[in-house]
Design a protein around this ligand. Sequence first.
Ligand SMILES: *Cc1c(COP(=O)(O)O)cnc(C)c1O
Length: 425
Amino acid sequence: MSHFTHHHGQLHAEGAALAAIAQQYGTPTYVYSKAALLGNFDAYADACAGREALVCYAMKANSNLAILDLLARRGAGFDIVSGGELLRVVAAGGDPRKVIFSGVGKSEAEMRLALSHDILCFNVESIPELHRLNRVAGEMGITAPVSLRVNPNVDAKTHPYIATGLKANKFGVAFDDALATYRAAAALPHLRLEGIDCHIGSQLLDDAPLLEALDKLIELIDTLGAEGIVLRHLDIGGGIGINYGEAGEAPPVAVGDYLGRLFARIDAWRAASHAGAPIKVVFEPGRSIVGDTGVLLTRVEYLKPGAEKNFCVVDAAMNDLMRPALYQAWMDVQPVRPRAGAALVYDVVGPVCESGDWLARGRALAVQEGDLLAVMAAGAYGLTMSSNYNTRGRAAEVIVDGAAVHLVRQREQPADLFALESLIK
Ligand SMILES: *Cc1c(COP(=O)(O)O)cnc(C)c1O
């Protein structure tokens, strides 16, 4: 069910009119629905009920403290990719012992920070990283919990910038090297081998590649077990896609169906060769938790008709929402108060000085200067990827709960943007 619908001729987030939000908080503003967020998380939690499983929300998709707090209170763990993200979990009241630390470039300082917070597991991506983690944990007089991120070499069939499970990607340990890497890790005294993980890509509209990756992980767990390296947890990563509303787009897999198929395979495997002993299953979803829970609200500054193209210049730009510029991503754009009358075809562009600064291309819109537009399904990889290019403050963020609207991030002001700079003396 969508929590963004038209009533009385205008678009609402739950019970709050987007026009009223724009009036109060200005534009551009990210608007999130609390009910949508909790509904998405519950789809995972419900499918995991009664099992040894943990949903670690991949917070790089959207790391606003209010969102982390809502999910933490629902029992979520977190998948982090930096020390800064760990400090966000702590600031939001999340439990560091439910944190998984992913990423190819963990610094020594980040390892110390994570170890001092007793996180659940490090998803290690290379042999040099194993050695560094072993040394840091040894210096602290403790052992570090480790899972190896294995690259199963399956084609996630998604955009090349968000495919991560192929041999040509920088992520993970190659499948063929995994055995040797586990043996090397097992010989390091300050590491504790807990599990195995993979993350093959993002925006997957089909779970077949994920189930193929699962089969490869199962094969490795059994090979390792035969050598006495017994793994306790299996982390399949994130990657489930959402619909952005583009014509002809395949529908996404339902989270409950995907988890049902995955658990059925795991149960059959454990029953056949592990006397039914359970294994802890970890998920790292990002986009499928937050993607469809938010819109970017923006106002039309100018209409600029041209010989070849018409431009609709809005006050949001590539610095606010980078996905179109970075991935040529297609995002749906809806008028907040649809007008009767003839539509014209526009490119919806921002004020930033780059030709790559567009949010949508070739859209039929009946709009006038001053109208509000909503870029739909902008809850994931929106604000977190934003920048201050052109000395533009980041957008405000609000969460709607029924008819109530809560400001959860103030709009950045220009003075905030140069507060850390100084003149040479
Ligand atoms: C980005 C990322 C995720 C989340 O991916 P989604 O496609 O947003 O679900 C999960 N795990 C790792 C390691 C990631 O880098």
